[in-house]
Design a protein around this ligand. Sequence first.
Ligand code: TRP
Length: 489
Amino acid sequence: MATNVNAEALKEAPIPEAIEKQAAHKQTVDPYNVQGEVGEDGVVKAIDYNKLVEEFGTKKIDQALLDRLERVTGKKPHRFLRRSIVFSHRDLELILDRYEKGEPFFLYTGRGPSSDSVHVGHTIPFEFTKWLQDTFDVPLVIMMTDDEKYLFSDKRTIEEVEGYCNNNAKDIISVGFDPNKTFIFSDFQFMGGAFYKNVVRLSKHITLNQARAIFGFNDSTNIGRIHFGSIQGASSWASSFPHIFGEDESKSVAIPCLIPCAIDQDPYFRMTRDVSARLKYKNTNISYAKPALIHSRFLDALQGPGTKMSASIDESAIFMRDTPNQIKNKINKYAFSGGKVSVEEHREKGGDTSVDVAYQYLRFFLEDDEELEKIRVAYESGDMLTGELKAICIKELQTYVAAFQERRAKVDDEAVKLFMATRPLKWNGNPRAPIVVPQVQSADGEAAAEGGDGKLTKNQLKKLEKQKQIEAKKAQKAKEKEEKDKAAA
Ligand code: TRP
């Protein structure tokens, strides 16, 4: 199963070297190392994502699937999907089947709190996750792997990662998740109970041989690292979250998740899917639901294709704390250009958008498809110069980062407490499908109740109807007030 895993890389990806010239080696993508192929000339090549789909055995997201997604959700696919930034999946069709039928599923993603320096590349999977949450209206769990970031670093202390965890949670909240539907948890804090039972279940079904083959561990790897996969994997199972999906495991084990993640995280879930298929609830025939996945590619470092932004190298990335001026300077100074050496040559031959970092960033951040296409044509024909392209990119990134900073300024410790509280969540699922959403009763009796198979009891239906009426009344009142205020102004 292993891709060309480099065991040395387990000592934390040495990204700085990826930017410099180095000895020839194959493309490497696993949870601990992401590097494009290096040729005999020592030049790093762009990551070949098609090859990853083949090696990992995932499926490419094609136009037919995007069309179906649009039909089923009634929403235009996110620009990451339209532009193959989110490019691969496992079992997304099954999730769409469930959504169509109103059957429950949830979203699961995570972040390793390795530093306080969150960059634009980190926000990509979260931006996309938010879109999925808004689109499907389902619960989302976000794992903060403070344990992982301690185990996989020679330097970091537990206290350090705890601090990063709190700050990173604020960054994640700033992406705009709905507190009613989102549970953020730290492994250190949440470990225990149903979650730990699942961790142990998963670990019991993975041998050392398998872990070595999947992750490239060797005899000197500390055993915490070897075990960690069972922690990241166990959150794929709804029964790890009884406060959200109920105590009745005979029902919750059958609820699958959809995991939006960068492609390097796939090995963890390949392993979890394999175990899910073999694992049965107690002595019944009920299988553990296999996690479905939807994979994104990386945002290149400013230095260009074949590298990814690194939190520890200031010149490699645009950070979410950068000022407009810093953004401008970094793009102008470091962004790898696909333009020609002289203006004359550029006008004549045009630029190469496939390697041009400013253009590539626009593919990630510029919403308007038509405008993006105009830019591509202008740059490739030589009508647009590198400086002009960079100016557009600078403006987009400044807007993106400023909007984030504005939201970030409003997130305080109270918000973190709210998102991280072990509590029931509230969601509605597909508005056009029969209501079959299992919800757990909260202490104040607000959310709907049990019924993990999704069937609502008469009481629940009544409650839901009442809730709808209350919301409609509220909306009406708000509207009336708005009109009054307008009239008064
Ligand atoms: N290991 C991931 C990281 O280092 C964090 C993570 C945990 C995660 N669970 C996940 C990422 C699920 C994506 C999906 O960032």
